[in-house]
Design a protein around this ligand. Structure first.
Ligand SMILES: [Zn+2]
Length: 116
């Protein structure tokens, strides 16, 4: 299933190998490293130079969705103050930044993958 392959960061062609070869670490400021090609089927992830600039739009969308959900839960459901909600939004967006980075790139790869 496409959705499960995306959240597991699997190759869009063979769905066996991982797109990323390191997890990255937020607290050590390490960005996850991508494999250039799939080791199983040799699919090239970055199909052209600058391909992943477009993933920033996906990342933006994911972040806005997450902080909107968090804000609604915090402010309207749990009745937290506006300042607490605002600080929570900052914490949530920092904590989810690496997940968003990986997810945005994976979604972007899947958007432009054409099965042949
Ligand atoms: Zn593959």
């Amino acid at each position: 299933m496409q959705f499960l392959d995306i959240i597991r960061y699997k190759c869009p062609k063979c769905k066996k190998n991982n797109i990323f070869n390191s997890k990255g670490n937020l607290f050590l400021l390490q960005i996850p490293k991508m494999n250039e090609r799939c080791e199983n089927c040799n699919y090239k992830y970055e199909i052209e130079t600058g391909f992943f600039f477009g993933a920033m739009y996906v990342s933006y969308g994911l972040t806005v969705a997450e902080i909107t959900i968090f804000s609604i839960l915090s402010f309207f459901i749990f009745k937290a103050s506006l300042l607490t909600t605002f600080l929570g939004v900052i914490v949530v967006s920092v904590l989810l930044s690496i997940k968003n980075y990986k997810l945005a790139r994976t979604i972007w790869i899947y958007l432009f993958y054409k099965p042949t």
